[in-house]
Ligand binder design. Structure first.
Ligand code: FAD
Length: 403
């Protein structure tokens, strides 16, 4: 009978106990006893119900909080956030005596539709494209591509860390291509209400390639893009203690460097940037870099490495360019020689070590750059200044169709 709950019931009760972090025996006994009557014990039924709820447009409002005055309640009032891991449970399963009579027969998800991820209008982790700016158009042997700066509105409830972070963008399934998820560097605006992506738009797309950048390149302003996840970038050390930082960026990778660069310079850190591109017209954010050179003439320097300058040059020779003070452009790719020249002994106090580095490019380029740095006694494990942490939902609790 009810006095000897089964193993399954005890397991379910443990789960609910975790939900509210309950400890007191009376409340717990109540939970385990009432579970015997709960459809929670019938997963197929529960699933059918939750799908039915998803099918109708949820109101997208969390109700509560509710008084919790029984022995064992974690505090005198509990909210949807506390109940978020028991969305399918009935309130009757959690309270011995319901805090409000109208909760009879109601499940947590009926009252906590936002927390339980049942809001379907608008989808929680979709971001509206607010504006598009073409930063560059380039013709390469593999095709013509643009680099676009895309500004998105941050949806309500988003937990985006910033100012710099990564996001994942998911393009809709198309032409047999599924799971068209790609990562991009994002920059939050100062009011945390929008963010920008700087995207190199590769030609191609379904059915042959994933084509997420091509999708982003064609999305109409005003439409929504699915951004399921984000991850913060954390400083490996207190940035002001880094004192001297080397940045190595390739192509569109400069986008991820801009905010850390501004931050470090403002904090008085000495920074050198080695920036690789094919030719001058592909240099991104040059105006912003020059403004920083002007603002921090004694602590900032830039070396552009141009693999295909307009006129043929001997490798590592200066390229004719209208460089401003603190800026150089040389012919040839960035390589071990360039990083040794820039980061060892050329800071004005011969021989001092650059303690931290930020390297941003494709995986292959980043790997190569860390190999060059290894020759200077630098390791990615110890000297990487900015590190990505765990991926998290952009909008917490946006589960199911919204995630
Ligand atoms: C953490 C992280 C952050 C990133 N941040 C950015 C960012 O801020 N901006 C940005 O534009 N990209 C960024 N990327 C790269 C991005 O995730 C995609 O790889 C890129 O947009 C290509 O995806 P796609 O689906 O359009 O390519 P696909 O459709 O798979 O490929 C299209 C065509 O482009 C070629 N191609 C694809 N990728 C490359 C490449 N890297 N180099 C040369 N040719 C290629 C393919 O061979 C194919 O011909 C980042 C990647 C990571 C892992």
């Amino acid at each position: 009978g009810e006095s000897t709950p089964t193993k399954h019931q005890r397991k379910k009760a443990r789960r609910l106990r975790e939900v509210l972090r309950l400890r007191a025996p009376r409340f717990l006994t109540g939970v385990s006893l009432t579970l015997a009557r709960s459809t929670l014990l019938d997963p197929p039924f529960a699933m059918g119900l939750s799908m039915a709820v998803v099918g109708v447009l949820a109101s997208c409002v969390d109700r509560g909080p509710w008084p919790c005055l029984e022995s064992g309640c974690p505090r005198s009032s509990v909210s949807c956030e506390d109940l978020g891991s028991a969305c399918r449970a009935f309130f009757r399963d959690i309270w011995l005596s319901l805090p409000s009579a109208d909760l009879e027969g109601r499940r947590v998800q009926d009252e906590c539709s936002a927390t339980c991820g049942l809001c379907s209008d608008p989808p929680a982790s979709h971001c509206t494209l607010v504006s598009r700016e073409v930063l560059m158009e380039a013709h390469e042997p593999s095709g013509t591509f643009e680099v676009q700066r895309l500004t998105f509105a941050l949806p309500a409830g988003a937990h985006a860390s910033g100012p710099t972070a990564h996001v994942k963008v998911r393009a809709p399934d198309s032409g047999g291509q599924r799971n068209r998820v790609r990562a991009y560097s994002m920059r939050l605006d100062s009011s945390n209400s929008s963010f920008t992506l700087t995207v190199k738009i590769y030609p191609g797309g379904p059915p042959h390639t994933r084509g997420t950048s091509a999708y982003l390149g064609g999305v109409a302003v005003g439409s929504q893009v699915h951004v399921p996840q984000t991850r913060a970038l954390r400083w490996a050390t207190e940035p002001t203690r880094a004192s001297r930082v080397g940045l190595i960026a390739f192509g569109v990778g400069i986008a991820e460097c801009m905010e850390p660069l501004e931050f470090l310079l403002a904090a008085g850190v000495e920074v050198r940037l080695v920036y690789g591109n094919r030719h001058e017209r592909q240099i991104l954010y040059r105006r912003e870099l020059r403004e920083l050179l002007q603002q921090y003439p004694s602590t900032f320097a830039v070396r552009h490495c141009l693999s295909r300058p307009d006129a043929p040059h001997e490798p590592d020779t200066e390229v004719e360019s209208e460089c401003v003070a603190g800026e150089r452009a040389t012919a040839g790719r960035a390589n071990a020689g360039v990083v040794a020249e820039e980061f060892v002994g050329s800071w004005g106090d011969e021989g001092a070590r650059t303690a931290y580095y930020v390297v941003v490019g494709t995986g292959r380029m980043e790997h190569a750059a860390w190999e060059w740095l290894a020759a200077l006694g630098v390791s990615r494990r110890d000297n990487d200044l900015l590190q990505g942490v765990r991926w998290q939902p952009l909008v917490p609790h946006a589960r199911g169709r919204n995630a």
